[in-house]
Write a protein that binds this ligand. Structure first.
Ligand code: AMP
Length: 131
């Protein structure tokens, strides 16, 4: 069965898409730890980041870099924190989280909630900065 993220890539489930190319896809996390919390994934379903081929993994990081630079130009923060967990969704994804303190990337913190309009405005602002 396809992962929920494959369904997002295929447009079967909606997402707040930031950017995509032939191989990678980025979208807002629906239960964000911080404003702008974004997930970057390979379109090809791989369950564990370190099971990826070298070139595919390097490409994922370079794609994540592009998204992070766009993200930090929109969301004021000290830097973009990076985390890989995969305990909930077994489709490789990199969390990009705008952080000011270590607590901003503490996955035990309560998640933030935004209206669909707020998510969409944020998505559009970040997407417009991706080069
Ligand atoms: P983990 O697998 O532990 O790295 O966490 C999976 C992440 O995916 C969590 O931060 C969820 O909020 C996020 N997530 C799950 N379903 C969706 C979805 N449909 N759209 C956006 N983010 C999602």
């Amino acid at each position: 069965m396809s992962s929920i993220f494959t369904k997002i890539v295929q447009g079967e489930i909606p997402s707040y898409k930031i950017a995509e190319d032939d191989t990678y896809f980025a979208f807002l996390d629906i239960n964000p730890l911080a404003k702008g919390h974004t997930l970057v994934i390979p379109k090809k379903e791989t369950n564990y980041i370190f099971a990826m081929g070298d070139d595919e993994l390097a490409g994922l990081m370079l794609f994540a870099k592009k998204i992070a630079l766009a993200l930090e130009s929109v969301v004021p923060c000290k830097r973009i924190g990076v985390a890989v967990l995969g305990l909930e969704v077994a489709h490789t994804h990199i969390h990009l989280v705008p952080i000011n303190t270590v607590y901003d990337i503490d996955f035990k913190q309560p998640k933030l909630s935004f209206t669909p309009q707020e998510f969409e405005a944020l998505r559009e602002a970040i997407a417009s900065k991706v080069v």
